[in-house]
Design a protein around this ligand. Sequence first.
Ligand code: NAP
Length: 349
Amino acid sequence: MTNKPTAFITGITGQDGSYLAELLLDKGYQVVGLVRRSTHYQFENINHLIGRVNLEHGDLIDTHTIERIVAKYQPDEVYNLAAQSVPADSWRQPIVTGEITALGPVRVLEAIRRFNPDARFYQASSREIYGGVPQEVVDESTPLLANNPYGVAKLYAHLMTRTYRQSYDLFACGGILFNHESPRRSLHFVTRKVTMAVACIKLGIERPPVNELGEPLIIENKVKLGNLDAVRDWGYAKEYVEAMWLMLQQKEPQDYIIATNTVHTIRDLCQVAFAYVGLDWQDHVEQDPRFMRPTEIAASRGDYARAKAELGWQPRTFFKELIELMVDADMQRLTRRQDSRPAIDLERD
Ligand code: NAP
């Protein structure tokens, strides 16, 4: 045991978990991370942190491991970032999405309630809890109308977080984060698919990574995407984890929207990413109905006024700069690996 404040992060191997771990280590925390057992090495995002974080094997499906870790470390702060985090996959796997994304947070809340009720809890809630609301701009008072299995699972977890706050007086916050991206974003998400496609095409990579259907990401210099008219509010993950920490430093627990209050289409994304390396996106992008969502979320943007007023948080990196830094990162990654490895693994790059 140590005198440092202790934070327990589920989902530490993911995009947000890895950035949050870095932030908390810099602030002097002891960081404990939950990692799933895997046959293959899955620590690419936290390779540089090995030895500085305590890793505990477990699973959000397994109540026992969560309780054991909470009881053992008595963390001051618990960040529940683990989830089946891919909305598109949630139609193919609705039950596992419910088990992990909806019930997982309740297992963590129960562990806190029973073994460490003074811990402060952050739940990774999502813009998808608003689903298809008609409002152009949403804030924390907008009705919750989730319309896909992932959104419904996140909504259940969001309401349970609120319920535990109100029923048991736990310090529990829901961070309602709009889409946020980075070079650590999984290739299951469209921003990273596009920036990786740009890098593969520009560098003439012969064996590209595979997409979520197990096909090469690039075929004949083209990438296949879903609805090009879909609209998102995209921010930078590294800045969004700062808001998570700030929420747990407040006097009172509260839910906060974290967003940029600006929106762009997938078409805009393609245009910016390909133009950055001197290519015309229309020569390299095809819309493919197999990647369309059965229901689309509304084209709303997030009003982060409460976060700005109470947390002092606001976004600093916006759409074009974000996409360009992701293209740069994929170009560098492929350039480094071009001679050393024949194929690129879906999840690890
Ligand atoms: P991510 O990169 O997909 O990371 C998900 C993490 O969850 C990974 O570490 C994964 O571990 C872990 N995980 C999955 N199932 C698990 C299980 N059964 N037990 C334990 N760990 C499990 O996601 P992210 O982008 O960092 O997002 C973090 C959280 O914010 C997620 O809950 C996501 O749904 C939510 N969120 C994200 C966004 C966004 O735009 N990024 C927006 C709103 C909300 P493995 O490495 O073993 O797969």
